[in-house]
Design a protein around this ligand. Structure first.
Ligand SMILES: NC(=O)c1ccc[n+]([C@@H]2O[C@H](COP(=O)([O-])OP(=O)(O)OC[C@H]3O[C@@H](n4cnc5c(N)ncnc54)[C@H](OP(=O)(O)O)[C@@H]3O)[C@@H](O)[C@H]2O)c1
Length: 287
């Protein structure tokens, strides 16, 4: 069983996703001095190193930064954009210890593609996380490759648990998990953006409209999260409780329904899942 204490971790790429993951890892007990990160640019390396308190190597400053970063690690989390994932795995394959667990957070990169870029037998895990991991309310869809044992999965559950919930899913569900969780914070920002603009239209200044929107989303999300633990239909029940005949909330829903909002949301999520599948096909064809 791998131990969190003393576990050595490399984060290849330090964009919004790996930064959110790192915040959870630190809460899980990973010591910052045991973490090394990489970026492409020197500027990103300086900024992230300062913000996160870890050592960061920039590829543009140090050739072979990713290879140096994985030397002696127990866990390597690959957090670069999907088209670059296989290339980075090939680059690090000979320097990565055989026992090191490789976790990819990239949309559309299959376990097969990760395994073919690494040495035979390297344990590989494909995940689909989301950015609320940074504040303890994230979700991670996880599929383990054939060389990963139950202890490895337990370790990842422990590491991700301060950041959010881990759902072990079939790899065939990854596109749908992306639509439901990976991309989903963006849908709520979209709702918030429109609510804020509408608030300005109703006569509020931008600061007040933005504050009212964020506080309302947070409060409603907390109530929903409490209720959903015992009642999976809580969202609909809570919504119906707010609808009184002749009431103000009902007036809003009549307009939302008239404008087809109830159909637009599942259609948008379906498009997100289809785009994830399209990225997977493009990456598979490029390999
Ligand atoms: N963001 C999300 O909400 C989300 C959700 C689920 C999954 N994901 C997945 O997470 C992955 C990263 O997404 P992101 O939004 O975090 O991307 P991002 O913000 O664009 O960050 C990409 C990071 O990779 C670095 N990088 C680029 N080439 C590199 C190389 N050769 N070696 C090392 N580092 C390199 C970049 O460095 P510079 O800063 O110097 O350019 C940057 O730190 C993607 O595969 C995406 O599918 C993201």
């Amino acid at each position: 069983m791998r131990n969190v204490d003393g576990l050595k971790v490399a984060l290849l790429g330090l964009g919004s996703m790996n930064v959110a993951i790192l915040k959870g890892l630190i809460k899980a007990g990973i010591q910052p001095e045991n973490v090394i990160g990489t970026t492409m640019s020197a500027l990103s390396a300086t900024l992230t190193s300062r913000e996160l308190g870890i050592r960061v190597l920039a590829n543009e400053q140090q050739s072979g930064a990713n290879r140096l970063a994985v030397d002696g690690v127990d866990l390597a989390i690959v957090g670069v954009l999907p088209p670059y994932v296989a290339g980075i795995c090939t680059e690090i394959s000979q320097d990565l210890p055989c026992h090191a667990l490789v976790v990819s957070v990239a949309a559309g990169v299959s376990i097969g593609a990760l395994e073919s870029a690494l040495r035979p037998g390297q344990p590989v895990v494909r995940t689909m996380p989301n950015t609320p991991l940074a504040v303890g309310s994230g979700s991670v869809g996880l599929t383990a490759g054939p060389h990963v044992d139950d202890d490895d999965v337990d370790l990842l559950r422990n590491l991700f648990s301060p950041g959010g919930r881990v759902h072990v899913i079939a790899e065939s569900q990854m596109d749908e998990f992306n639509a439901m969780a990976g991309s989903a914070p963006g849908y709520l920002y979209y709702l918030a953006e429109h609510m804020t603009e509408a608030g300005i239209g109703l006569g509020f200044d931008q600061k007040t409209a933005a504050r009212l929107t964020a506080d309302t989303l947070l409060g409603a999300a907390k109530i929903l999260a409490n209720e959903v633990a015992d009642n999976p239909s809580a969202a609909g029940d809570l919504r119906r409780e707010m609808v009184l005949p002749g009431g103000t909330t009902r007036a809003a829903f009549l307009t939302f329904d008239e404008r087809g909002m109830g159909e637009a949301i599942p259609a948008g999520m379906q498009s997100s899942a289809e785009q994830s599948a399209a990225i997977s096909r493009e990456i598979a064809e490029a390999d």
